[in-house]
Design a protein around this ligand. Structure first.
Ligand SMILES: Nc1nc(=O)c2c([nH]1)NC[C@@H]1CN(c3ccc(C(=O)N[C@@H](CCC(=O)O)C(=O)O)cc3)C=[N+]21
Length: 281
């Protein structure tokens, strides 16, 4: 292995220690930070993620409530729950776990969350603030990736960054954060011709497609930072990313593992955003 590992568990541990201190300080002022997590339906993957989020709150002194609903819940019922949480002074952050069942309009639901409680940073108002350089909440996964680059003191300014994947949740906000940090940013998508041509230019390569092995070692510039946002299962049911880790680690300068990379950082930044919401309240 020539690449250095960027350990998301270790970095999370350090950042969560700061989170716990800020949570304790707020609690001492009678303002314990609170997160509400809403899960509609019972997808096993979502159950695990949501439980991890609630546990991270408990471990670091944040108040949390988990609201679980049947997949048959109506959109109107969900919107009513969000209204109630918007008005609840004990709740500083509201997270509606995605994806939602097909009969519920996810855009409508996200737009119903008060922007100052939108700790995912998915509301159009928060997307607009991010795009115009005045972010209120940075979306957790891209924010965590920037913290990982910071942790290795990587000079993002002037670097070539390539983001593979253009989702509203990861790819697009990731590109914005990298751009604001001074990188030259390329966003690739599922229609990109000759993906390797683009990825080989990358000093920083962020891969967020949900397709296992979409990036292989021959597509990576020697010495590059490779950040794997993928969460897939291999043929044996083992968690794996979007990058062919075993071969790419021999080419890259730094690489993030799956599990133990971006995933824990996403949860850490959710805690950070919830703390910031409480500090502002
Ligand atoms: N409104 C909303 N906000 C989200 O932030 C959100 C969401 N919906 N829907 C689903 C995705 C996925 N996501 C993950 C977070 C942490 C891990 C994580 O901690 N992964 C561990 C492993 C977990 C395991 O063992 O399964 C790791 O990579 O080491 C994974 C996935 C947040 N998401």
């Amino acid at each position: 292995m020539s690449a250095q590992l960027i350990d998301g568990n270790l970095l999370s541990q350090q950042l969560r220690a700061e989170v716990a201190q800020r949570a304790a300080a707020l609690t001492a002022q009678g303002k314990q930070p609170g997160l509400a997590v809403i899960l509609v339906g019972d997808s096993p993957a979502s159950q695990v993620y949501v439980r991890n989020k609630v546990k991270a709150c408990q471990d670091n002194g944040l108040h949390s409530v988990l609201e679980k609903y049947e997949a048959s819940m109506t959109e109107a019922e969900l919107l009513a729950r969000i209204d109630a949480l918007n008005a609840d002074p004990k709740i500083n952050g509201i997270l509606v776990q995605l994806p939602l069942p097909a009969h519920i309009d996810a855009h409508k639901v996200i737009e119903a969350i008060a922007p100052e409680k939108d700790v995912d940073g998915f509301h159009v108002s928060n997307a607009g603030l991010l795009m115009t350089g005045q972010p209120l909440f940075r979306p957790c996964t891209p924010y965590g990736v920037m913290k990982m680059l910071e942790s290795i003191d990587y000079p993002v300014r002037g670097a070539n960054a390539v983001v593979v994947g253009a989702s509203n949740i990861v790819g697009k906000p990731q590109a914005m954060l990298l751009l604001q940090a001074g990188a030259t940013v390329t966003i690739c998508n599922s229609k990109t011709r000759d993906l390797g041509h683009h990825t080989r230019q990358a000093d920083i390569l962020v891969v967020a497609t949900g397709k296992r092995n979409i990036v292989t070692a021959d597509m990576v510039k020697p010495g590059a930072v490779v950040i794997d946002v993928g969460m897939n299962r291999d043929d044996n049911g083992k968690l794996c990313g979007d990058v062919d880790f075993a071969n790419t680690k021999e080419v890259a300068g730094w690489i993030t593992p799956v599990p133990g990379g971006v995933g824990p950082m996403t949860i850490t930044m959710l805690l950070v955003n919830t703390i910031e919401a409480a500090e502002r309240s």
